[in-house]
Design a protein around this ligand. Sequence first.
Ligand SMILES: NC(=O)C1=CN([C@@H]2O[C@H](COP(=O)(O)OP(=O)(O)OC[C@H]3O[C@@H](n4cnc5c(N)ncnc54)[C@H](O)[C@@H]3O)[C@@H](O)[C@H]2O)C=CC1
Ligand SMILES: NCC(=O)COP(=O)(O)O
Length: 315
Amino acid sequence: MSGAERRPVIAVTSGEPAGIGPDICLALVGDDWPVRVVVLGDRGLIESRARQLGRSTEGLDIIHVPLRAPCTPGRLAPANAPYVLDILDRALAGCQSNEFAAMVTAPVHKGVINDAGIPFTGHTEYLAEKTGTPRVVMMLAGGGLRVALATTHLALKDVPAAITREELATTLRIVDADLRVKFGIPRPRILVAGLNPHAGEGGHLGREEIDTIAPVIEALRAEGLDLVGPLPADTLFTRRVLEGSHAQVAMYHDQGLAVLKYVAFADGVNITLGLPVLRTSVDHGTALDLAGTGKADPGSLFAAVGMAAEIVARG
Ligand SMILES: NC(=O)C1=CN([C@@H]2O[C@H](COP(=O)(O)OP(=O)(O)OC[C@H]3O[C@@H](n4cnc5c(N)ncnc54)[C@H](O)[C@@H]3O)[C@@H](O)[C@H]2O)C=CC1
Ligand SMILES: NCC(=O)COP(=O)(O)O
């Protein structure tokens, strides 16, 4: 067995075929990783995208998963929605059988999967369901931030009801535990945002901080977690407040991710905490406008592979 073959294998799923997933996977060719990187997707599609971009697939390890229908860059086809899920299922099966040490996901298009009649909220929820994990946490890292979300892909009107004491406590416990295990931080200091402007202004702008968030923080502090909050979200991400913290928990998707993507869109990494397999991902979407143009930045994919490799190396 060669040295290269002994390296842990990381599976990179190439995602929505009409998006930039195949393009950014091609950028992995020739990079010197401490792990063996294999790309999961249709070999013909990846080779054809390489020709279009004037790139080579020489040296790219591909595990062939066949397309379900022809693909044109930039044009979504619901007929290929099952293909996207075939790739994810193959990667997950490989992680569960220890063939792969981790999976790194290129973006999928949530809308077209739903248009195909398959209910799909995101990789995060899909992998949680497939692994029978009742609760996972989405966290995006980059630009010195680690932003975890108390709720993920949910209409804004449904957010307040979803933030229950039990759900929030579970989120905070998962963030604390995974920062210790996956990131090697012995006692993570976690900032917790409020839901309402000014963290509720003492109950005059909403009661979620008083009724739910503060009591959970207090109870978990008594268990030894280092939590700060509920903090007004508009100033949580200022330099002085962030100082000394290891992660920041936002109550909903755009409260946290708008900030993260402002500081780190080029190399942010999405990681699913609390999952029994290791999954990292790019921080961006399918960028249909850029597929096949050569303009897609692969920086986030590189960072996602790098983070997975580091966590694998940490054991
Ligand atoms: N991990 C995943 O699978 C994710 C999937 N999505 C999905 O992607 C689809 C499109 O979402 P949008 O909100 O339009 O976000 P998007 O990230 O695809 O595009 C937003 C803007 O950023 C640009 N952009 C995105 N990635 C880029 C890259 N690597 N290099 C250069 N420019 C880049 C696009 O051209 C566009 O102008 C949706 O279906 C969404 O659900 C979104 C985020 C993550
Ligand atoms: N905005 C983050 C996002 O949509 C990623 O979702 P997921 O597919 O990683 O669950």
